[in-house]
Design a protein around this ligand. Sequence first.
Ligand SMILES: O=C(O)CCC(=O)C(=O)O
Ligand SMILES: [Fe+2]
Length: 269
Amino acid sequence: MEKSYGVNRQTKLNSKIDIHLEELQINGFTVLENVLKNDELLDCRLKLDSIYETQKAQFGAENLIKINEQNLVRCPLIYDTFFLNIATNEKVLEFVKLLIGDYFILHLQNGIINKPSEEHHQSSWHRDLPYQNFVISKPLAIGALYCIDDFTNESGGTFVLPYSHRVESIPTAHYVEKYCRQIVAKAGSVILFDSMLFHKAGYNSSSFIRRAINNVYVVPILKQQIDLPFALNGKYSDNEFLSKFLGYQSKSASNDTEWRNNRLEKHII
Ligand SMILES: O=C(O)CCC(=O)C(=O)O
Ligand SMILES: [Fe+2]
């Protein structure tokens, strides 16, 4: 126990996991190191850049600019299983389970390509559950932001506002400026955070591209950003875990009969 007085209760830490959980619950974020290996990172950079080029060609560079989507890769796991493996990393899911319970689904997956000397749309303060001005005693959603390149002060490491997941709306600019913190982390680390935490990408003044992949896990009563069962067209649905995780089992029924048939099949009473 730290030296203290007038204190008769202190949370005990039983494991390394507890250290991260405590940080996440109080500060709203924690950093896990060495989640991805160097060869995975090399692969990941190439794949992310290539899927971005595909999406840009499909949607049009001008249109991406119009909707503030430059250098953002939407849901790369639809294109390549490699990114599904990232979203289902065991180390990360262990925390998600402890934080939001056994039943969670993937709400979104985005790749962020933070290029040198370019303002990125994600570099504005936001919550990953947008427009929500409330607090809740337990998290509904957890984000796992994978650092694919080194996060440094120069490369635009993510800024966070500690404890802000517990505050109903964004504090004053003065407060934010004074108490925000920039996360410095090695490529391969994961920033795990309560999705209600205010955060933003930093400005990249370095000479290298700073990539990241954000995965948001939510309780299954929240809808997905992209209808994954539809986008994946049945892919992975025969795997018990993935069918739950990708939302096949929590999607809305088309009508009353389908809803009842679902229950009948599962023998839910
Ligand atoms: O790239 C970052 O540092 C932050 C990304 C982010 O906030 C997001 O994808 O929601
Ligand atoms: Fe975000």
